[in-house]
Design a protein around this ligand. Structure first.
Ligand code: GDP
Length: 427
């Protein structure tokens, strides 16, 4: 059985925690898109970890972790990450890398930096990990696939060709040092040595695994609103963040994905530029940021303070719908325990009209939040394991959100740890 774990919002919903938790019952965990630009923070028996490339299921002895063909594979980052968890006592993970995955090259990272520099104040707020130049090369068909590393002559010829193309831009657009084919070839050969023991046809491996009835998790990065098609274009990421893409980025049949667990945060946070209708500012935002997540809402990769906002029904309902949600995991609810009253954005006002549909970007930029206020519960709900034991106002908040978004909340996360979870039976 294949299940997907994906985000309803702008990312940082706590997918890592939910994946780590559900991986206990899984055989295989697959990353199917994105790269080392965003991170998952996981707290478990081994400590606290920020993962960027490894799937969040690597902490168990019994799991196999797959880097699928849809991933932007930064080989040095992957290997640093493996080493860093092994150094902290985690058993050496079993990892397979798709022979069809493409690699983030050092020049992708440079082009990302140069382009942000060139755009100045109009930049996208990129993490400068090379992701946009990487995917752009993939679709221009000048990317390097892992399988190509093993074809010596063709690799040399391609390295020369790529340098020619890239050097035009480096010289005339960015005025930066040029690439040398011999350096590029050296980099590629280093990557070959590092990745060789792990490479396989992961799609064929997954086909066998599905047929053998294995339990497979697909782990998404970021969330619905960062999807290049359905998100807040152009302030989006460069690969699809949707469960549907899980089939493509892992190489499995779409109908094999049985459950789509959409992780939805009890308040909002976002990184990077772009419309954020329920955003709050000043002291109100600082306090939520300070108390948020596990030790504050700061980017796992960049350390950047996240933008903060109240729960956005319009964005979350859309975010859940576009994922094809079967189950909602409602996370970081414990963080809201300090508030007397909790505002929720239940609709948008656009050009004087009220709507609950999430519009495309041009309209979204004009949207103003319509807020409703719910009473807070004013206590710490961490440690509670049964739904009935949650304070009444807390249950009311959950049920209000569930009713408004229109998808069943079957799990409630009330702390960063694996055990901080409340299952709602019968949902
Ligand atoms: P991801 O990218 O979706 O995995 O999310 P991040 O890891 O960037 O952000 C989630 C943060 O919230 C991490 O620091 C988690 O440890 C933390 N976290 C996850 N679930 C909960 C929760 O229910 N309560 C609290 N307080 N923190 C949580």
């Amino acid at each position: 059985m294949v299940n997907a774990i994906v985000g309803a919002n702008w990312g940082d919903e706590g997918k890592g925690k939910i994946t780590d938790m559900l991986a206990k019952e899984a055989d295989i965990i697959v990353r199917f898109q994105g790269g080392a630009n965003a991170g998952h923070t996981i707290v478990n028996d081994y400590g606290k970890f920020a993962l960027h490339t490894l799937p969040s299921g690597v902490f168990y002895d019994h799991t196999t972790s797959i880097i699928g063909n849809g991933v932007a594979l930064n080989i040095p980052v992957l290997f640093e990450e493996i080493q860093s968890i092994v150094d902290r006592g985690v058993p050496r993970p079993k990892i397979l890398v798709s022979d069809r995955a493409q690699m983030v090259m050092s020049y992708h990272i440079l082009f990302d930096q140069y382009e942000e520099e060139r755009l100045g104040g109009k930049s996208f707020g990129s993490t400068k990990s090379g992701i946009a130049p990487f995917y752009s090369d993939k679709y221009t068909k000048i990317g390097f696939q892992v399988s190509e590393l093993f074809e010596e002559e063709a690799l040399k010829e391609k390295a020369e060709r790529i340098c020619e193309t890239k050097n035009v831009l480096l010289e005339h657009l960015y005025h930066k040092p040029l690439l040398k084919p011999e350096d590029l070839l050296k980099e590629l050969k280093e990557y070959r040595t590092m990745v060789e023991p792990y490479v396989c046809d992961t799609s064929a491996y997954l086909w066998e695994a599905v047929n053998a009835g294995k339990n497979i998790l697909l782990e998404g990065q970021l969330g619905s609103l960062k999807d290049p098609d359905h998100g807040i274009y152009p302030m989006v990421t460069s690969s699809s963040t949707l469960a549907a893409y899980g089939a493509i980025g892992a190489g499995i049949a779409p109908y094999e994905i049985k459950k789509i667990i959409t992780v939805c945060k009890a308040y909002s946070s976002a990184v990077g530029a772009g419309a954020f209708v329920s955003e709050i500012f000043g002291e109100e935002a600082d306090e939520l940021r300070r108390r948020g997540g596990d030790g504050g809402e700061y980017g796992a990769t960049t350390g950047r303070p996240r933008r903060m906002g109240w729960f956005d029904v319009v964005a979350s309902r859309y975010g859940c719908r576009i994922q094809g949600t079967t189950d909602v995991a409602f996370t970081v609810l414990d963080v809201l325990g300090y508030l007397d009253e909790i505002p929720v954005c239940t609709a948008y006002e656009i050009d004087g009209k009220i709507t609950t549909e999430f519009p495309a970007t041009a309209k979204l930029e004009k949207a103003k939040p319509v807020l409703e206020t719910l009473p807070g519960w004013k206590c710490d709900i961490r440690g509670i394991r049964k739904y009935e034991e949650l304070p009444e106002n807390c249950r009311k908040y959950i049920e209000f959100v569930e009713e408004k978004i229109g998808f069943p909340i079957t799990m409630i996360s009330n702390g960063p740890g694996r055990e901080d979870i409340i299952y709602r039976n019968g949902k």
